[in-house]
Design a protein around this ligand. Structure first.
Ligand code: SAH
Length: 246
């Protein structure tokens, strides 16, 4: 996958995308990230990229022409499956399903706003979707862009390495993930649940599924209501709810 990030502050991206799983995925060529400075696409001599809002009011608005020019310069020209995403608190809130969809494209173009945001014509005539990382306002789209890239790149085949990879993660199956433990088996008197030490794979699988259902019920009933449940899940849930009311 190729990702072009359009930003006024490319220097903000140094670090977070270089280390660990994302760094390795880039080294392996699974993801190629290019930082595009929107300022380089300003036609003006002083490389101006923002201006006062029509109608008055505070703050600066990012001009449309450098953003259009930057997107047009990096487009693959119909030769690939491409998506233009604008980071915006007014977009639809990013969820794992949206991340999976983005991971299916060959080319992502991510536009980072700053100041008061971007001229409305960018949203109307250039972008395919607007992505929000939550109901709060940040100073710029750079951190949201990093969130999107991290979430997308870890889904690319080969990025996680581990056999079961992202399949059991929270949200992937519509549920929160079961709790995880590692050594030591006893730490400050707190023991790892016995079943996990039993070597009984079927018992472990059932315990994990029950835990996943239990935590989703307790913490995110909204997710549980939308999840696809098997017959076994329903039986486990009935047991959990029975214990709750007991
Ligand atoms: N005045 C705008 C907010 C501008 S914040 C409004 O009220 O809608 C400046 C830039 O930060 C935005 O253009 C966007 O790119 C980014 N940004 C801020 N909060 C965000 C969020 N929750 N999700 C995604 N991008 C966000």
């Amino acid at each position: 996958m190729r990702i072009d990030v359009l930003t006024l502050f490319p220097e903000m991206f140094a670090g977070p995308l270089d280390a660990s799983i994302i760094g390795r995925a880039r080294d392996q060529g699974l993801a190629e990230i290019r930082l595009v400075n929107i300022r380089d696409h300003s036609a003006e001599r002083q490389r101006i990229v923002d201006d006062y809002p029509y109608g008055g009011g505070g703050g600066m608005v990012m001009k449309p022409d450098p953003i259009f020019a930057a997107v047009e310069a990096v487009r693959c020209g119909g030769g690939c499956r491409e998506r233009v995403a604008l980071m915006s608190p007014q977009g639809s809130r990013l969820e794992q399903s949206g991340v999976s969809e983005l991971a299916g494209y060959e080319h992502l173009i991510i536009i980072c706003g700053h100041y008061e945001g971007v001229d409305e014509r960018v949203r109307e005539h250039l972008v395919d979707e607007e992505v929000s990382v939550g109901d709060y306002v940040l100073t710029g789209g750079e951190l949201p862009a990093m969130v999107v890239m991290d979430a997308v790149i870890r889904l690319l085949p080969g990025a996680l390495g581990a056999e079961n990879g992202a399949a059991t993660d929270s949200f992937a199956s519509g549920l929160l993930e079961h709790p995880n433990y590692t050594r030591p088996a006893e730490f400050r008197g707190w023991r790892v649940p016995q079943v996990l030490l039993s070597g009984n794979h079927e018992a472990i699988r059932l315990w994990r599924r029950e835990q996943a259902l239990r935590r989703t019920l307790e913490r995110r009933p909204d997710l549980l209501a939308r999840a696809e449940l098997s017959e076994e899940d329903r039986e486990l849930l009935a047991k959990i709810k029975g214990n709750h009311s007991a």
